[in-house]
Design a protein around this ligand. Sequence first.
Ligand SMILES: [Zn+2]
Length: 248
Amino acid sequence: MTANPSASGASSAVVDILAIAAHRDDVEQTCGGTLLRMQAQGLHTGILDLTRGEAGTRGSAAERAAEAAEAARILRVSWRQALDLPDGRVENTYENRLKIVRVLRELRPRVVILPYWRGRHPDHYTSATLGYEACFLAGLAKIHTGTQPHRPFKILYASLYADVRPSFVVDITPFAEQRLASLLAYRSQYGAQPAGSGLFVPEAEIRERTLAEARHYGLLAGVRYGEPFVQKEVGLVDDLMLIPVASI
Ligand SMILES: [Zn+2]
C-alpha cells in the first residue's frame, strides 16, 4: 500500500476505482463488496477516507488507522489513505476540495464512488458534494497543484445508508463474508465493550444486520447479496439484447 499519494508519482492510472468516504469503516459498509469484486476482475481499487475518526465515542484515531489498514488488506485495495478533515465537521471548502483534487490527480481513477447526497449524518452528505466538486476541479487545467489535470470518467453514489431506490445493484454474493470481515476489523468500534454500548450495535448483531441489508438489495436484483448504487446520468444503450437485468 502506498503510504503517501505523492510517492506514487505516476501519470498513468494508479487505481481504476477510488471510493471516497467521510469515515473509516464507511466504505466497508457501503461498497466493500463491490471493491472486492472489481479487484477479483483484475482492477486496482483504492479508498480515500476524509477524516481520521478522532471524534468517535470508541477508539483513538491511531487505533482506527491500524484497523483501517487491516480492513484495506482484507478488501485487497491497492491504496488507502486518510485526509485530515475534522471528524464530525466535514465542510465543503475550496481548501478541502483541493486536498481531494491532489489525490485524484495522483491516483487518476476512472471511476469514483461517493456517498449518497442525502442522509442522516452531515459528514456523509457533505462528502458527496465535496467529492463531486473535487472531481470537477481536478479536470481543470488552471487549478495548479503541480500534477496533471484528471477528471474521472464516472461518478457513482453508494446508497446503502440512504432509503432510496438504487439505479443498479452489484452482485457481491461471493464476497459478502469477506466484506463483513473487513467491517469487523474495526475492533475498537464493533468489539464487545462497555463504552458507548447504548450507541453501538453488539458484534453479534453486525453479521445479521450486514447480511440482511445485502440480502435486501440482492433480492431487488435477483441475486443473493448485493450493494446498491445510484447514478445521476441516464444510461446510454446501443443494444437492447445486452442490457444486464435481473431475471423476472
Ligand atoms: Zn460514516
